[in-house]
Design a protein around this ligand. Sequence first.
Ligand code: MN
Length: 191
Amino acid sequence: MFKLPPLKYELDALEPYISKKTMEFHYLKHHQGYINKLNELIEKTEYENMSLTDIIRKTAGKPELSAIFNNAAQTFNHTFFWNSMCPQGGGKPHTNLMTDIKNSFGSYDNFKQEFKQAAFSQFGSGWAWLIKKDEHTLAIMKTSNADTPIAHDLEPILTLDVWEHAYYLDYQNKRADFIDAYLEHLICWKE
Ligand code: MN
């Protein structure tokens, strides 16, 4: 049985960039909904005691298992998204990651431009990611619907949810403003 993982901050801690109301819907209803559905789908199956990432890898690309894949991937992606943000976040990393970003994208500004472009151009629902290609090489990736780097054996570093439910209450149709708020005020670089 999977459970909704606790947030590392309060529901209103990301205001004014993400409202408490959005968090109540997005975390307590949408994320919880994917987890409930996943638990229902895997009960008494071979997936019941597997880790979330194993379920994702074993069901990826199999149309007959798409319901399990979608709910497992969305469960993973949302937890990863909450952990990609923190109150008083935003700005550049002050770590070795900055060196990797410069080596991979030329500059931090180029990284931001590429990330914005990926997040903005994702048609319909999906996700924008910063991933590790190898030890010191990073790349930007966008995925559709529930798809996730885990299904492609890639290691994610950060993600942004660009499903409309992630920003519609706070930004209506202005996805670009939501992407800017994420990069400037919410992104949480890990040491
Ligand atoms: Mn979402």
